[in-house]
Design a protein around this ligand. Structure first.
Ligand SMILES: O=C(O)CCC(=O)C(=O)O
Ligand SMILES: [Fe+2]
Length: 325
């Protein structure tokens, strides 16, 4: 694959404060056009990311046989090795709402007791903060549709949302030429309502524009901003007012490991996803048949490949009324 470099300017929203009307309108524009934006002043310190990064290095450099103790063939199934999502990608899953217990279950196989405890505590704190941030984000997204709208729909529709996170390690092939890229994670949309991503300074996250071009989402160094993107569940719930964009990760020279953490926050399994009437509009068209959240998640699950999600299928393939593929 040869390198094509263009990058997108996304708004960076200060999530520590109520958003001004002009910030809400740039949020709405970004969600419609890209389905991506940045948040700053999110309350997670550089030290936390440094610690998580060093735990990640420690975990992923363990012998494969150790990692496979929590791999797809074990009952825990929190580790996904290389060659499932891509040859260059491996990941560890930590599930909420009890992030401490979930991290601890994996950590017991990976670390000595002391590190194991520290790892789980940091993930507990991180998972809780991400959950809180997701709530703030959805609140602002709903506010961008109008204050009355937020009041009416925030509590009843989003109160049972929950999240999980994935610590990702990308190992590029050493044979990469200067003008070459490898696909670290193939094109996909997220199944969440919102996803919050920390990417290290390596870069490589790309979003597909509505014209079908891949553009880079560069890490913002100075403000340590996090990337937020809209997932399929929110695209369907919003009747396509919000875009769940296709994105991927590419790896370039220098061939160094890339570290990221993605937090996925979405509806409870039994939730029926159906757009509120205000978003369909009078005489407007419903873009999706109402569906049960877990049915969509099952549709995306790939049994043959270690139950990692299928890449390349979206909520339009599942419940869309318009055939566009
Ligand atoms: O690693 C990244 O920057 C993004 C990962 C991602 O898109 C995902 O895990 O769904
Ligand atoms: Fe993603």
């Amino acid at each position: 694959m040869s390198v094509s470099k263009a990058s997108v300017e996304l708004p960076i929203l200060d999530i520590s404060q109520p958003l001004s009307p002009s910030s809400l309108s740039s949020l709405a524009d970004a969600c419609k056009k890209w389905g991506f934006f940045h948040i700053k002043n999110h309350g997670i310190s550089k030290e936390i990311y440094d610690k998580l990064h060093s735990f990640s290095n420690e975990i992923f450099s363990l012998p494969l046989e150790t990692k496979l103790k929590i791999g797809p063939l074990s009952s825990l199934n929190t580790y996904t090795p290389h060659f499932i999502a891509s040859p260059f990608f491996e990941t560890l899953r930590v599930s909420g709402p009890n992030f401490l217990a979930s991290a601890q279950n994996s950590a017991e196989f990976l670390f000595n007791q002391k590190s194991s405890h520290q790892f789980s505590e940091i993930l507990q704190e991180y998972g809780e903060k991400m959950t809180e941030l997701s709530r703030k984000i959805i609140k602002n997204v709903l506010l961008s549709f109008g204050e009355g709208f937020e009041k009416k729909y925030h509590e009843p529709h989003f109160k049972n949302c929950h999240g999980y996170l994935r610590i990702n390690n990308y190992t590029p092939p050493e044979t990469l030429e200067d003008d070459e890229e490898a696909e670290g994670l193939g094109m996909h949309t997220d199944m969440s309502c919102v996803t919050i991503v920390y990417q290290d300074q390596t870069g490589g996250l790309q979003v597909k524009s509505s014209e079908g071009k891949w553009v880079d989402i560069n890490p913002c160094e100075e403000s340590e901003a996090l990337v937020v993107n809209i997932g399929d569940l929110l695209q369907a719930w919003s009747n396509d007012r919000l875009r769940s964009s296709e994105h991927r990760v590419v790896l370039r020279r220098p061939a160094i490991n890339r570290f990221s953490i993605a937090f996925f926050w979405g509806f409870e399994d039994e939730k029926v996803v159906s757009a509120p009437k205000e978003l369909v509009g009078e005489g407007g068209k419903r873009m999706y048949k109402p569906f049960v959240c877990s049915d969509y998640l099952k549709f995306r699950e790939n049994d043959e490949r270690g139950k990692f999600e299928k890449v390349g299928f979206t909520v339009r393939d599942f419940a869309g009324k318009i055939i566009n593929k």
